[in-house]
Design a protein around this ligand. Structure first.
Ligand code: ME8
Length: 633
């Protein structure tokens, strides 16, 4: 049986100006789809690129003091480097100045002429250079572009026209027969009513312009940049050079974009293909916008979020390397909002998500499982099978994940991974591996640890489309794991496993200025006044390391994270807690105690515990997500 194919495209971006989070969003979505379909065994073609034959490129080159050719070469490199930072692995970055593209465009125009689908006429109307769009008098108010709202000019010239109007019925038939050809359905409805509203023939050439692709049969005219740009989708799969390749890839499985350019992709482009008897793409998927102050972010408006600056800030705040920070941003863009909806970027939200989901749920689970595997099984995957209830739960989550990924419901797919991770953390609380160890119940202990490790292995694979660097770190932690099958029970026993020691350290949030209310001191000696109480600095801390004191049976040496700093605390709780049991636990710490040395170990604080007769329990904040460093008062 031949290998299934999957072909996904992004728009080719206007090369002038700087890439921003909107471009990264579409391209990362395509990268996620490409990686996911590769994981599913498909041969994948994933293309992105640069739209270089527009008038604004000429203006930008002039401004930069370069020839247009020099300018586009330089800018194309910039875009490629930009995407590389975010682990985008396209099959091809097409530039519309590439020779094979010029050849395709010219062949296409000759075929269009042969099919009698173009004619020469006179165009008089509005043209917006920024949007590279023609507009009618009805559409333009006060001389402003209906799309970008900038002042635009009128042009009057001899042009070639494409007979778009003659494809109205064929387009409506196509959309009637293919109701999933545009998603979400709101966009499908919008396009169908646009077509029902009537189509006019469109001007496809510019007479007055120098830069661009010349008509092969009329050198006076260059092709309208949109007509040229849309054809990139058939250049990349060998339309002219390799008909066999072309027929094996076309029609594309998915064109990705945001709503600003659906008229071009869902009306003009399918008609251009129909003119030559070719099928339109199987799907156009339209995602939401990244907004600033309620407006679409765009480089021409200058209100952009620059993801490279986000990477710098994230890496500085968390201490994680930039390659991993890029994974975090990729994941966040799809974790935060449903793919079809608009979103507003906020660094605060990113850090919150990082702390709750990555440092807490994911990082904690790996940390605890890693410590227990080392302590109980000398760092080896135990010889066991997965617990059947957990197997059923994990299998369910994988099943949901696959369905959501197939439907481009990335937020829901990520939620399935988190269901699995949260179950892992819950399992530790429920099965209490330290008690199984104490009871020497090796059989149960092995099954619990095996199940937890299998959960982490599966989650690592499920996250691979979103977080490729992190996912590889997880895969590499298993020494002999040859197959990376996404399914429960594939984890090989007996191999060693060594997870990275620190993955996602918690980010301390900026300290809030706490105002102290001044109250008169208490006169009663048996009470402690509010002033006495306020001398104590109680904080929420998180235990990140725990081990037995080498010289004292009753003591544990704990490393506790409190806000920005880490403290060593020696606590007399060894009788009540195994060290691994405490890992990741949130506790309340007396933060300003005079440091002391206990049996040769420095202790810089105290952990609050409740004790009664022979019982002892550390005090933990009720809200597990409470900020580490929060003041307790
Ligand atoms: O339109 N939010 O190029 P372009 C989300 N060259 N996505 C955004 C976005 C935002 N704020 N801003 C841009 C062109 N995008 C043409 C395309 S294709 C044959 C020719 C993304 O540089 C989104 O995918 O203006 C949008 O459709 C695309 O960038 C527009 O990129």
């Amino acid at each position: 049986m031949s290998q299934k194919k999957y072909f996904v495209t992004t728009p080719i971006y206007y090369i002038s100006g700087n890439p921003h989070i909107g471009h990264l969003y579409t391209t990362t979505a395509a990268d996620i789809m490409a990686r996911y379909h590769t994981l599913r065994g498909c041969e994948v073609l994933f293309t992105t690129g640069s739209d270089e034959n527009s008038q604004k490129v000429v203006l930008a080159a002039e401004k930069a003091g370069l020839s247009v050719g020099e300018y586009v070469d330089k800018e194309a490199e910039k875009w490629k480097q930009y995407f590389a930072q975010f682990h985008i692995e396209y099959t091809r970055f097409i530039r519309t100045t590439d020779q094979d593209h010029l050849d395709v465009v010219q062949q296409y125009l000759l075929q269009l002429k042969d099919k009698d689908c173009i004619y020469k006429g006179h165009y008089e109307g509005w043209y917006c250079v920024d949007c590279e769009s023609f507009w009618t008098d009805k559409e333009v108010e006060d001389g402003l572009c209906p799309d970008c709202h900038r002042p635009i000019g009128k042009v009057a010239e001899e042009n070639y026209f494409f007979k778009l109007s003659s494809f109205q019925d064929q387009l409506l038939d196509f959309y009637r027969d293919n109701p999933k050809a545009i998603e979400p359905v709101s966009r499908y409805n919008e396009v169908v009513s646009m077509i029902k509203g009537g189509l006019r023939d469109i001007s496809i050439s510019r007479h007055s312009q120098e830069w661009g692709i010349r008509f092969p049969f009329d050198k006076e005219h260059v092709l309208w940049v949109w007509f040229d740009a849309l054809l990139n989708y058939i250049t990349v799969c060998g339309y002219k050079e390799n008909p066999e390749m072309f027929s094996s890839w076309w029609p594309a499985d998915c064109h990705l974009m945001s709503k600003d350019i659906i008229r071009f992709h869902c009306v003009i482009w399918p008609a251009m293909l129909m003119a030559l008897g070719l099928s339109p793409a199987k799907k156009v998927y339209v995602h939401g916008w990244w907004l600033t102050d309620g407006e679409k972010m765009s480089k021409s408006k200058g209100n952009i979020v620059d993801p490279t600056m986000v990477l710098d800030a994230l890496s500085a705040r968390t201490g994680i390397p930039k390659a991993l920070a890029a994974d975090v941003l990729r994941w966040f863009m799809f974790r935060e909002t449903s793919f079809g909806d608009d979103s507003v970027f906020s660094m605060e939200r990113l850090l919150d998500r990082y702390n709750y989901d990555l440092a807490n749920d994911l990082g904690n689970l790996i940390h605890r499982v890693s410590a227990m595997t080392t302590q109980y099984f000398q760092g080896n995957v135990p010889d066991a099978k997965i617990i059947s209830d957990e197997e059923a739960f994990f299998t369910d989550q994988i099943f949901h994940y696959l369905r959501f990924m197939d439907e481009n419901r990335f937020k829901d797919a990520i939620e399935s991974v988190w269901n699995l991770l949260r179950r892992g953390n819950k399992m530790i609380e429920e099965y209490k591996p330290w008690e199984l160890f104490k009871k020497e119940d090796t059989h149960s202990l092995s099954s619990v640890l095996y199940s937890l490790l299998e959960g982490i292995r599966c989650a690592g694979i499920m996250l691979s489309p979103f977080m490729p660097v992190f996912s590889k770190q997880i895969a590499d932690s298993f020494k002999d794991q040859k197959n990376c099958s996404l399914g429960v029970g594939f984890l090989q026993t007996h191999q060693t496993v060594a997870f990275p020691s620190v993955l996602f350290p918690r980010v301390p949030k900026k300290k809030v200025d706490e105002k102290k209310e001044s109250k008169p001191p208490s006169k009663d000696e048996s009470f402690c006044s509010i002033d006495d109480f306020s001398k104590f600095d109680f904080r929420v801390g998180q235990i990140i390391q725990a081990e037995k004191h080498p010289d004292a049976d009753k003591l544990l040496i704990l490393k506790v994270q409190i806000g920005d700093c880490q403290k060593q605390i020696v606590a007399g709780i060894a009788k009540y807690y195994e060290p691994t049991e405490l890992l990741g636990k949130k506790v309340v710490v007396v933060n300003n105690l005079q440091p002391v040395t206990l049996r040769g170990q420095k202790s810089e604080g105290m952990i609050l515990c409740a004790s009664h007769k022979d019982q002892l329990s550390v005090v933990t904040p009720e809200d597990g997500a409470m900020y580490v460093g929060a003041r307790v008062k």
